[in-house]
Ligand binder design. Sequence first.
Ligand SMILES: [Zn+2]
Length: 305
Amino acid sequence: MKYRNRRLDLQNGVFTMLLRRTRTRRTLRIAFATIGTFVLLAFAPAPNLTTSTTTAAQMQSNISTEKQTEATAASKRIAIVIDDFGNGMTGTAEMMKLPFPFTVAVMPFMPTTKADAETAHKLGHDVIVHMPMEPNRGKKEWLGPGAITTDLTDAEIRKRVEAAIDNVPFAVGMNNHMGSKVTADERVMRIVLQVCKERGLFFLDSRTTFKTVIPKVAAELEVPLVSNDVFLDDVYSVAHISKQIGILRKHLQEHEKCIAIGHVGPSGKKTAAVLLSSTPSLRENAVIVKLSELVRRTSDQQILP
Ligand SMILES: [Zn+2]
């Protein structure tokens, strides 16, 4: 336990350092840009003699403020992940039509697994395997075919994870469907993440339990990992989903990125509608990207000296 905490502290320390460095660089960039602007202003001939100095300075200050806001917005990232594709669920068509790139999590071995993965890929979205995993509560039958349960042997777990990846075309990553029991089990997750590593897949921890062992095991195996920050539609109402979009926005004020998970199914049409109407305001604060882009940026940061 102590070892884990120390490691987390260390990771946090490195992260803060990187963040500080990025911030310093950004501040320097802004400072140079401002100095450059003043040099240009000093030496450039006045474009219009009737323009007073105050107005010109004011204009410049407005432009730099705008640029600063733009730079902040450009450095923030939102990744939307929609779970439970593959079974012709309600809201599938509405989600696919959303006007921004997102990540489509498709369950394996289902009636529309292949069709949904192919449509998503054609539209330029990311496809990931939505791997069914045993929860603490609920019946195994709810999980669907090929699910990972804690009573399986090592060999059977490996076989099922490999088969699921083979069954979902264009998959670049994996996340868990349910899984509060499995994601807290180190033996099982070590095999799942090992297969992801071998197949070049990143893992998204949906964080269905605070006891998740995924961060620890993924770090040991060096599997690229991202984690969910906000569930959009755990309650199926427009009011709740809109409230969650507010939480996403708040998260983004304090962090550089936010990952949010929504679902097709009972809430599908409502979630799609709220996401559609929120798109312009979300874009004011950040860039909406696919998960693979976030993973790439995160690993780029990690290899900085
Ligand atoms: Zn799911």
